[in-house]
Design a protein around this ligand. Structure first.
Ligand SMILES: C[S@@+](CC[C@H](N)C(=O)[O-])C[C@H]1O[C@@H](n2cnc3c(N)ncnc32)[C@H](O)[C@@H]1O
Length: 266
């Protein structure tokens, strides 16, 4: 099973260079480019709450893929950032693209996982943890992350936080909000703040309204597949998204959660 999972990502990343491999695989490069801009702003907004002392902060990015998280942290001016990915493919490319940084191959859900370079002030895991379909390994991932954080350190990650029952496919488990929060708390992390990453640019997975999903597929979903329409829709929707995600407390699609390892553990 573990080999299958690794092989899936090795093949997906190898066959789809850049943002299509790590972003939404059926969406065009132009669309994923806009989606990643919105994602970056959301991450920035949430991470500000951690009040990190950037020039001193030591960060680990999990499931780095093509390096979205790595570039994000470099742009914030952190003291150091390193990355872990399940695939040799991602690790090889990251080492070439960021020769001064350290990258490791590893599975964050592994029962024994020593993160080299720990403890960290911040760990990020963007669009990674919901790909761990085994519930024990999912819970284990939070424990591994907590162990890698210094007391008072933060984790930021994305997930779907479903309000209406879970949804599982071969390589993704969209869990219920309460199950995710339970995994976070059981690991000894405290949720700090959750914000939507997208309101309209992501498939509305967290709704019971089938009509809404159908409308999304026929409009945004269709445009997102095309390079030309993806560029037009992305350009028009991105500013709307920035406002909508800033005012809404929850969204119908992927969200970001900031959590903290308590400063004093008893
Ligand atoms: C959807 S991509 C996201 C990449 C990047 N974080 C981003 O936001 O663009 C998921 C990445 O996580 C990696 N991954 C999947 N499962 C993992 C695991 N259990 N441990 C570490 N990395 C994993 C995959 O190889 C892939 O590079």
């Amino acid at each position: 099973v573990s080999q299958d999972r690794k092989q899936y990502w090795e093949e997906r990343l190898r066959a789809n260079a850049g943002l299509r491999g790590v972003g939404h695989i059926s969406h065009s490069y132009s669309w994923n480019g806009w989606a990643y801009r919105v994602k970056k702003r959301g991450l920035h907004r949430l991470v500000r709450l951690a009040r990190l002392d950037m020039p001193r902060a030591r960060v680990l990015d999990i499931g780095s893929g093509t390096g979205f998280g790595i570039e994000f942290w470099l742009s914030r001016g952190v003291a150091s950032v390193s990355g872990v990915d399940l695939t040799d493919h991602a690790v090889e490319h990251l080492r070439i693209n960021f020769p001064e940084l350290l990258f490791f191959q590893g599975d964050i859900g592994d029962p024994q996982f020593d993160l080299p370079g720990a403890p960290f002030d911040m760990v990020s895991a963007m669009e990674v943890l919901f790909h761990i379909t085994d519930d024990n390994r999912y819970r284990r991932a939070f424990c591994n992350i907590k162990d890698a954080l210094r007391p008072g350190g933060y984790l930021v990650f994305s997930d779907n936080f479903l309000r209406h029952g879970e949804l599982r496919t071969a390589h993704q488990a969209s869990r219920r909000h309460e199950d995710i929060m339970a995994a976070v708390r059981e690991a000894g992390l405290e949720p700090v703040k959750r914000i939507p990453m997208f309101m309209f640019m992501g498939y509305p997975v967290d709704t019971t309204n089938a009509r809404r999903q159908q409308i999304w597929r026929r409009t945004v979903g269709r445009a997102a597949r095309s390079d030309r329409w993806g560029a037009v829709f992305g350009f028009l929707l991105a500013p709307v998204e920035l406002v909508a995600t800033a005012v809404a407390s929850e969204g119908p699609t992927v969200e970001l959660l900031l959590c903290r390892r308590p400063a004093v553990t008893v």
